[in-house]
Structure formats: C-alpha cells, structure tokens
Ligand binder design. Structure first.
Ligand SMILES: C[S@@+](CC[C@H](N)C(=O)[O-])C[C@H]1O[C@@H](n2cnc3c(N)ncnc32)[C@H](O)[C@@H]1O
Length: 285
C-alpha cells in the first residue's frame, strides 16, 4: 500500500527542509510537484488528499525525491518548467533557470520602450527576457535575441513556439557577432556575472547543475568581463539616443557605472531591487 497525496506532500517538505531549504520554498516545491505530476492543485487536496498514490505515482515520487534531495537537481530541471513574468518556460540543464530578480529588467525595459523600437537581448538563454517582452508588446516592436550556446537557443525556440511570440532568434555566436553591423534602440543583457572565486559558496543546485557558461565569465576573467565587452561593443550597435540595460550582482553597480562612464556613455544609473541590492544598470549613448 502506498501513501496518501497529503502524506506525499508532507514527505517532500520534510526531505527538503532537512537539507536546509526554507519551509516556504519546500511548501512551494511540494505543491508544484503535486500540481505538475498529478494535476492536484491546493484546492483539490481537500477532496483527494486522503486518496493513495498509484504504484506508478509512488515510483515517480521516489524518483523525484532521489533526483531532488540526493542529486540536488533543481525542481525546474526535473519538471522541465520555470515561471517568469507570469509565463511558463520550458527549461533543461543547458539554460539558466529564470530568476525573479530578472523581472525587474523587464519592468525597467518596458518604461523605455516606444512603438517601432528595435530591441536586442544578448545572452537570451531560454528566451527569458526577449520572450517575456514579446509576449507583452506583440508586434509593436522588433525583438532579436542572441546567445553563444546553440543548445540554449534550441530551448528558446521551443519556448517561442509554446508562447507564440515573435522574437527573431539568430544562429549561435559570440556576443554581437550574430547581428553583424545591425543597430538597435535598446540592448538588454543579463550576462554571466558570478565571480569564479565564489563558485564553492554556491548552492549545489546552482554550481553542480546550472550551465557554467551562463553563470561565470570565461576562465581567467573577472566578474566585470562581460560589462567591459558590452560597453565597448554595444556602442557600435546602438542608435543615437539608444539605451543599454543590464542586470548585475549585488555591489557591482559603482564599478560597472565607472566602466560605462569611461566609455563615454551618459545617463548611467543603477536601480536597486526590492531587497535594496544593485540590480540593473542603465546607460545611454
Ligand atoms: C545569466 S544567463 C542569462 C539567461 C537569460 N537571459 C536570463 O536572464 O535568465 C547568461 C546567458 O549568456 C550566454 N552567454 C555566455 N557567454 C556568451 C557570449 N560570449 N556571447 C553570447 N552569449 C553568451 C549564456 O549561454 C547564457 O544563456
């Protein structure tokens, strides 16, 4: 005999909190598993909570608990779904899992966007920023997305289809190479910015499972590598009065601002997130 759905939910929570994961996150993940695997939402639990898992559902639960708590694979990779800006994205281990803090970049971009603008997302991963904007704006703007990883772009193509958006996804290439000499009104990027020296401090879910290509600048480079590249190369791809918006890590605002000021950008500004941490850098040409 197997356990009930309510007991399964509790078991997931107990195993996750046992790893030091917060109760709030453990509850969210247990609800997510019940919904995603067995289509049991929180309300349905009132009526079906005492029903027992079938043998195959029991096997599914065991497999989930092993992958999640022993191998420490993020739930998003196990369920192949991640939520961003109210949209469900397909994800796999070739792409960074969209983070809630990146929604601030989308919010900020929306304040600058005018109809007819040409927008470029550099390092689009699963299409996070570009597809969320396209979903909001439809065809009133033209959005192009690039990434160095062909596998990530394949995921972006899947999401493009599922979300029925209109982003121009170019073949893989380094930074601005895929757009050749094209110019844009707005360049957006959430580049890899974690200092490699901090690798050992990251949660196993991040350091052992998310793509290092998406987390860290190249070996031997510091955390500011991509901001220097974006400052130098971005200028050649911005129309007059164009803006560049980038996500950054906590405390990186002053040094990144300095880089952009040194390269002649104006209106350089750091926006903090809801936790009061530097999060978005804006600069204009
Ligand atoms: C931090 S992730 C951001 C993914 C997504 N835009 C988001 O905000 O969730 C950085 C992305 O940059 C890509 N990337 C890394 N190096 C790159 C390069 N040299 N040129 C273009 N993209 C690169 C990675 O493949 C990854 O998809």
């Amino acid at each position: 005999m197997t356990i009930t759905y309510t007991e399964a939910r509790q078991e997931i929570q107990t195993r996750l909190t046992g790893l030091g994961i917060s109760l709030a996150q453990a509850q969210a993940e247990s609800d997510w598993v019940l919904e995603s695997l067995w289509h049991i939402g929180p309300e349905a639990l009132y009526t079906t909570g005492d029903d027992r898992l079938s043998e195959s559902e029991w096997a599914q639960l065991q497999d989930f608990l092993y992958q999640r708590t022993v191998k420490r694979i993020p739930i998003q990779y196990l369920l192949h779904e991640a939520w961003f800006y109210g949209l469900k994205f397909y994800v796999n281990p070739y792409v960074l899992i969209p983070r809630p803090e990146t929604e601030l970049l989308v919010e900020k971009a929306l304040t600058l966007i005018q109809p007819g603008m040409r927008i470029l997302d550099v390092g689009t991963g699963p299409g996070t920023i570009a597809l969320a904007l396209s979903h909001q704006l439809g065809q009133s703007v033209s959005i192009t997305a690039v990434d160095v990883s062909p596998e990530a772009l394949q995921v972006a193509r899947i999401n493009q289809k599922r979300l029925n958006t209109q982003v121009r996804l170019l073949p893989a290439g380094n930074l601005f190479d895929p757009v050749q000499s094209e110019q844009f009104d707005l360049i957006l990027s959430n580049p890899p910015y974690i200092d490699r020296a901090l690798q050992s401090t990251l949660a196993p879910e991040v350091k052992d499972h998310e793509p290092h290509l998406a987390l860290f600048p190249p070996q031997t480079e510091d955390a500011y590598y991509f901001y220097r590249k974006l400052a130098v190369e971005g200028k050649a791809h911005l129309n007059p009065n164009g803006h560049i918006l980038m996500e950054c890590g906590a405390g990186m605002g002053p040094d990144i601002s300095q880089i952009f000021l040194q390269h002649g950008y104006t209106q350089v500004h750091t926006t903090r997130d809801y936790a009061g941490l530097d999060r978005i850098i804006t600069a204009a040409v």
